[in-house]
Design a protein around this ligand. Structure first.
Ligand code: FE2
Length: 291
């Protein structure tokens, strides 16, 4: 089901519909950080090029204080978006940064990094997201890359209806994001909508896309999407994007990308194309070559 949407007299596009609503799975990772895994391994093919989305949020320090001590990654990118809180990042390539309220850390693990992510607070709220974005096979062994973006440095615009859009990756309504990626054409938006406001985002039909509601409630093509739900959007050839209407004041992530259509072999923090490459990653890590 799709619906044509109008803004005044102007047709702004045909929206994708919600194919499936997903409730995240409560789990823990690192040294015992409690989190919700919204995009799990079983959805990696459906949501190719995205491999994982974790949501974390707690005002109980016991849920986050231990952080993520030294651990490796190879073959993909991690994007950490801190809504509230402070976390220090250090890695084996010599990078170090402090991620604070509204900031984004983009790390391309490439051929491998060993890093830690440790909270810099003993009380208060820590809330945010970590998204894993796959790399095409030809780039999986690239040199690691890393950048921190403070909240004030992220491209942002406000629509005529008061919708505030932060463009972490890709582009929205002519505003180019902090990061752009050629192979995956990743789109990552944080959209804040006042009650009753609508927002339309263009998305090519072949790109896989989802919306995660982390505050309030929205409606997409007539389907209500409450907080803490991921709406997987269909790939209808007739749709040219997604229209999101806030039925209550809402904050949502809009994430989309071009599928890589390559084999995905994951073993914990390593995501490669073949089992052989996973064995190599394990031996490289064990023998200290992932630095
Ligand atoms: Fe990590």
């Amino acid at each position: 089901m799709t619906s044509t949407l109008f803004s005044g007299a102007e047709c702004v596009g045909q929206s994708r519909a919600v194919e499936q609503l997903v409730v995240g799975k409560a789990t823990s990772d690192g040294a015992g950080v409690k989190l919700t895994r919204v995009l799990t391994q079983s959805l990696q093919h459906r949501l190719d090029p995205f491999l994982m989305l974790d949501a974390f949020g707690s005002d109980n320090p016991d849920d986050y204080i231990a952080g993520f001590p030294d651990h490796p990654h190879r073959g993909f990118e991690t994007v950490t978006y801190m809504i509230a809180g402070r976390m220090r990042h250090r890695d084996s390539a010599g990078h170090e940064g402090l991620l604070e309220n509204g900031g984004v850390q983009w790390m391309t693990a490439g051929k491998g990094v060993v890093h830690s992510e440790i909270p810099q607070q003993e009380e208060g709220v820590m809330e945010g997201f970590q998204l894993w974005l796959n790399l095409p096979g030809k780039d999986k062994m690239c040199a690691p890359w890393y950048r921190d973006f403070a909240a004030a440095d992220l491209p942002r615009f406000t629509s005529a209806t008061g919708v505030v859009v932060t463009v972490i990756a890709g582009a929205s309504q002519g505003v180019v994001g902090a990061v752009t990626r050629e192979a995956t054409a990743a789109l990552y938006l944080d959209v804040h909508l006042p009650t009753g406001a609508s927002f339309f985002q263009a998305i090519p039909a072949e790109h896989n896309a989802f919306v995660y509601v982390y505050r309030g409630e929205v409606s997409i093509a007539g389907r209500k999407v409450p907080a803490q739900r991921m709406a997987i959007l269909d790939n209808s050839a007739q749709a040219d994007g997604v229209s999101i209407e806030a039925t209550a004041e809402a904050r949502v992530l809009v994430i989309a990308g071009q599928p890589l259509n390559e084999p995905i072999v994951q073993y914990g923090p390593f995501v490669m194309n073949t089992q052989q490459e996973i064995y190599l990653a394990l031996s490289d890590f064990r023998d200290g070559r992932m630095v």
